[in-house]
Design a protein around this ligand. Structure first.
Ligand code: ADP
Ligand code: ZN
Length: 633
């Protein structure tokens, strides 16, 4: 979403620390490896020794002279042997003895002597290369443990844990973000509430002198892509202080305690360069409520505790301000929101028409636009889009202009990229069979005709049956006449009809139904459910709400909160609404069957038609009817 964020390493001066670490790390690892190997070999020897009984050389000599030996194994440092008595026992109970090797002993003569007595001598071990094998064995062990320890230390180093390497993995700091409030379009309320923080960062002394306590943190709340990061950067830019960025998900680590130590590091670094801004993106990843309803765990809890401790701990007169972003404020731990912590909440909304226009203006500042460009129109078409979508749209348009060898972006570039960004890109080479095309054509006209015929529906701007990469085989773009915050019941009912119009046309014309309408059905069901459970628009439930909105900043998904009986009632009401809407749209299409055929056939040939073309058909069809009516009078 944010191109500047995708590669934080570039902006991370701290990364450089890794460069001078390996040498010291290497020596430390080697020392540890040697210690580990030594420890292991000692343990190994002790264990193996315990399987043997130690005897003196003379005891061994005695056994040898009285011909008591059954087997002898000569090792570089000892003689291992078994008496005949032991050899008779079952293998599990046998116990071998060992004794030291006198310096003066000539191994070859000794071995021959034993051989002559008929004692079994293990030849292989007598061979000299055993020493080389030992050396190789130890060297191998040493290398293996050396690399394993190196790897471990590297991992721990990333977390900035203990004494090993303090590279602050994913925190990145920008001395100057280069972003100003002028780069943030709209969001005036958010900017207003942040002005005080900027003033504070400029001159913390002024506030300290009076004894005023400034908030240590503020929570930016809004959907993804609405510009929370951008605003935080702008605050840093306006105040001319460094900006620390970390994402809550970076705190969530495999090892317990790692996240907490990262938090500590972050605040330590920040304290060194204060005044500064610390920005924690997606704080819900770490600040999730600790009652286990949302699935917290001990690592997350530790990290959160550390975060709380750091926020309480830092001296706000130094000028550290902690901004955090989330789109799910309701799942945050209450402790985070207490006074003195993130007690200010700043809403970053989806932009309205003016906001979208401003955002488009900001992003087209450095782009050459040809004269036909009308940003107002684009802003009108993009209701619901967030800042990131619009930035993306402008960039796509510029790329398209370059691809087509033009020197400036024109309106068509913007319109086409709008569809690329919003509806996936046009894929001319996807081949549909003729039958499928007919079906899609009727389906789309079904939608469009209903909304055009019903007065209350938004007029369509464009209908197409050119398949898009997101899998939609065709679509109808609606243009809302003005920004709407309230909808009447009649409008919603019309919307339901229009949503089901595609399916109705299919059934009416082809007598069959297809899978193509699944998305429509889902949308219609969602809308009907909201009408019943949230807006009190059904007779069955009346004014009772059966659901509550869980998260108004994300998708506004409602979740049912009522008894099972009521839930069943809601389902019934939803079903009735859908049934009635479907019947309504089928009836409307039946009445206008001629019009439906005419426009669908036209779309089949043209593949894309505009809203004006559609309206022309409708007006042409209505005109004679009006005449008839007049004549009849
Ligand atoms: P968030 O942090 O809310 O997910 P970002 O701040 O990362 O969103 O926004 C991503 C990009 O979208 C920004 O870098 C910017 O290019 C663009 N953008 C978002 N909101 C605005 C805005 N109000 N004005 C200008 N550009 C915006
Ligand atoms: Zn449809």
């Amino acid at each position: 979403m944010d191109p500047e964020r995708s590669n934080p390493n570039q902006n991370n001066p701290n990364r450089g620390h890794d460069g001078d670490k390996p040498k010291t790390n290497g020596w430390a690892a080697l020392t540890i490896a040697i210690l580990v190997v030594l420890a292991f070999s000692t343990i190994f020897n002790t264990v193996s020794n315990s399987q043997y009984t130690q005897t003196t050389w003379s005891e061994f000599r005695d056994a040898m002279e009285s011909n008591d030996l059954s087997e002898v194994e000569i090792r570089p440092d000892r003689i291992v042997y078994m008496t005949k008595e032991e050899a008779k026992k079952p293998p599990k109970e046998q116990k071998a003895c060992f004794t030291g090797l006198p310096y003066s002993l000539d191994l070859m003569t000794f071995a021959n002597e034993l051989d002559a007595m008929g004692v079994k001598v293990d030849e292989q071990i007598v061979e000299d290369n055993s020493t080389i094998m030992m050396v190789l064995y130890y060297a191998g062990m040493l290398m293996l443990s050396f690399f394993m320890i190196r790897m471990l230390m590297k991992r721990m180093g990333d977390g900035g844990m203990g004494n090993f390497g303090k590279s602050k993995a994913k925190v990145y700091m920008e001395k100057d973000t280069g972003v100003r409030f002028a780069d943030v379009a709209g969001q005036d309320e958010a900017k207003e509430s942040l002005k005080e923080i900027i003033d504070f960062l400029h001159n913390p002394g002024k506030y300290a002198a009076i004894g005023a306590k400034l908030p240590k943190g503020a929570l930016l709340v809004g959907s993804p892509g609405t510009g929370k990061t951008l605003i935080a950067k702008a605050v840093a830019g306006e105040a001319n202080v460094p900006f620390f960025y970390i994402s809550g998900s970076d705190f969530v680590e495999m090892f317990v305690g790692m996240g907490a130590s990262r938090v500590r590091d972050l605040f330590q670094q920040a304290a060194k360069v204060a005044p500064c801004i610390i920005f924690i993106d997606e704080i819900d990843a770490v600040g999730r409520s600790r009652d286990s309803r949302f699935g917290s765990n001990s690592e997350q809890e530790q990290t959160l505790n550390q975060l709380l401790a750091e926020i309480d701990g830092f001296d706000s007169t130094k000028g550290i301000v902690c901004l955090a972003a989330t789109n799910r404020p309701e799942i945050l731990d209450k402790a985070l929101l207490r006074p003195g912590r993130f007690d200010r909440r700043i809403i970053v909304d989806r932009p309205n028409l003016q906001g979208r226009l401003d955002t488009l203006k900001v992003h087209t500042r450095r782009i050459k636009l040809s004269e036909d460009v009308d940003l107002n129109k684009i802003a009108q078409q993009t209701a619901g889009a967030v800042g990131a979508d619009l930035a993306n749209l402008v960039n796509e348009a510029a790329l398209r202009a370059v691809r087509n060898g033009r020197k400036a972006v024109n309106q068509e570039d913007l319109l086409v990229s709008f569809e690329t960004v919003i509806a996936g890109s046009e894929k001319k080479n996807t081949v549909l069979s003729d039958m499928e095309k007919r079906l899609v054509s009727y389906h789309e006209i079904g939608h469009a005709l209903i909304s055009a015929l019903e007065k209350d529906a938004a007029p369509v701007t464009k209908i197409t049956i050119v398949p898009h990469t997101d899998g939609a085989l065709g679509y109808t773009l609606y243009l809302p006449e003005e920004e709407k915050y309230l909808s009447t019941k009649a409008e919603l009912l019309t919307k339901l009809k229009s949503l089901l119009g595609g399916r109705a046309a299919e059934e009416l014309v082809f007598g069959t139904v297809t899978t193509g309408a699944s998305n429509d059905i889902q949308q219609a069901t969602g809308l009907a459910r909201n009408m019943v459970a949230l807006y009190g628009m059904s007779e069955e439930l009346g004014l009772m709400a059966a659901a509550s909105v869980q998260n108004q900043y994300l998708e506004g998904q409602a979740h049912m909160d009522c008894s099972n009986e009521t839930a069943a009632l809601v389902d019934q009401a939803v079903q009735r609404l859908l049934k009635e809407a479907y019947a309504g749209s089928k009836q409307l299409l039946t009445e206008n069957r001629g019009l439906l055929d005419e426009i669908a056939e036209y779309l089949l040939i043209k593949e894309t038609i505009t809203g004006e073309e559609l309206m022309a058909f409708i007006h042409a069809a209505k005109a004679p009817r009006l005449e008839e009516a007049e004549n009849a009078e």
